[in-house]
Design a protein around this ligand. Structure first.
Ligand SMILES: O=P(O)(O)OC[C@H]1O[C@H](O)[C@H](O)[C@@H](O)[C@@H]1O
Length: 445
């Protein structure tokens, strides 16, 4: 099975009665989601997306990816939040966090529009000098400030370099099918566009063109990715909590939360999972953190962070639980040799693989953290490839929706994100925000 859940390291933290107790809430959440009658039901297009997607567009994504691969040294992905994290997470997971340094026949991929740092954008423009560049502007709303600024700068750069007509062939836009300024601009300029379906929110959009075009440009197999998601869609449709690991995960999160475990730390022993951690944090943070409740999603990479955050997890405030994502096999193995003089004292590891050592690090850690009062959910994934990633993505997406319904929130909106934007627009003098400006400025004096 590509993703399985073990509750072995929850022993002593959750009793079997508690699973029985939460089962009706899980069943209700399942029914709300599958009947399309739950909160936020206009954003559940991701539920059947692995089987129900636009096949013509999927083919067009592959054609665009081939074109980009053949004429570009650099591919720039412009987007933020759900319009950025999934693509990058998938590319780092499947290929490598060092993707750009690998020997390959696909373009370098850079990400921008995910901050307002002029240092970062100026540096990327410099990197692009003298190189052939294509860009993918991704924004569901088409109005998000960070990517809009980067897009304006890159369009200008491309038009200067290739002329308006030449630039047109190198600009790809992924946005709403009809609404928004980005769609209007793309139509006016004749840029190729891809669609974020109306009923798929940003943080659930990695398996749409939002993620698929950049992932395909990296040379990863998007058919296998979708196949994994399809198999997960099928596997996790069973309403029975005992037979559905995805629902079990959602239930466990809520049971622990109700006992004061208000922070979940997603743990991986693979550095290539770092961006998956970030994707997970947006998915769960925006879905559940509202109405003054919700688990705070955090993340670490072990053993790296055992040397920084390990102290807190072992000994700090006891409001934590961990969800560990393990991989059953590694693609590349290193075996440790023997040093006749044993200067480093490591001969007890001679002949052992690093994966073996990594596994013992996990085993030692999970027991220590259990002893320190930290419950651990363990998810085991076969390996780090496209198929398993598609499966895992769907697992997390569906568990998030079910978990949010159990919690009693709308897992598909993010009203809280607007507050800072309104203030920023007022302070910047954006038309329509004049009234708030003076009051905010007074508070900053
Ligand atoms: O794709 P966009 O419309 O540009 O949105 C990008 C991101 O920004 C917003 O502020 C939302 O909080 C996120 O859920 C979204 O993924």
């Amino acid at each position: 099975m590509p993703t399985t859940l073990s509750d072995k390291h929850l022993q002593g933290f959750l009793g079997s009665d508690e699973y029985v107790g939460i089962a009706p809430a899980v069943k209700a959440a399942h029914e709300a989601l599958h009947s399309g009658k739950g909160l936020g039901n206009d954003f559940i297009g991701w539920l059947n997306l692995p089987t129900d997607y636009d096949k013509d567009e999927f083919a067009r994504i592959k054609v665009a990816a081939e074109k980009i691969k053949s004429n570009s040294d650099i591919f720039v992905v412009i987007g933020i939040g759900g319009s950025y994290l999934g693509a990058r997470a998938a590319i780092e997971f499947i290929k490598s966090p060092n993707y750009n340094a690998l020997c390959k026949d696909t373009p370098q991929i850079y990400y921008t529009g995910n901050s307002i740092s002029s240092n970062a954008l100026a540096e990327l423009l410099e990197i692009c000098e003298g190189k052939d560049v294509s860009i993918n502007m991704i924004s569901k709303s088409g109005t998000t400030t960070e990517p809009a600024i980067a897009f304006r700068v890159f369009r200008e750069m491309l038009e200067k370099k290739y002329g308006k007509d030449g630039a047109k062939d190198r600009i790809f836009c992924t946005t709403d099918k009809a609404r928004g300024t980005l769609k209007q601009l793309a139509d006016r300029e004749g840029y190729e566009t891809f669609v974020v379906p109306d009923d798929v929110g940003g943080r659930y959009s990695v398996l749409t063109a939002v993620g698929l075009l950049p992932i395909a440009v990296s040379g990863a197999d998007i058919d296998a990715l979708m196949q994994g998601a399809r198999d997960a869609q099928d596997k996790f449709a069973d309403p029975d909590l005992d037979k559905n690991d995805c629902y079990k995960y959602a239930a466990i999160r809520n049971m622990l939360y109700n006992k004061g475990k208000t922070t979940e730390i997603l743990v991986s022993y693979e550095p290539a999972f770092t961006l998956m951690n970030e994707w997970f944090k947006q998915l769960y943070g925006e879905s559940e953190g509202k109405d003054q409740k919700g688990i705070f999603p955090a993340s670490v990479i072990f053993s790296t962070d055992l040397h920084s955050m390990g102290q807190y997890i072992q000994d700090g405030r006891r409001n934590l639980f961990e969800t560990v994502v393990l991989f059953d096999s590694v693609q590349r193995e290193i075996k440790l040799g023997t040093d006749p003089e044993n200067v480093d004292g490591l001969n007890f590891l001679s002949g052992k693989t690093m994966e073996f050592v990594n596994r013992k690090a996990f085993e030692g850690t999970v027991l220590a953290h259990n002893d320190g009062g930290v419950p651990n959910v363990v998810l085991t994934v076969d390996k780090m490839d496209e198929y398993n990633l598609g499966y895992l993505i769907y697992f997390f997406e569906k568990a998030c929706a079910i978990s949010g319904y159990i919690l009693g929130v709308n897992p598909f909106n993010q009203p809280g994100v607007e507050s800072y934007k309104k203030n920023m627009f007022a302070l910047l003098g954006k038309p329509g925000y004049e009234d708030q400006k003076a009051a905010l400025e007074a508070r900053l004096k």
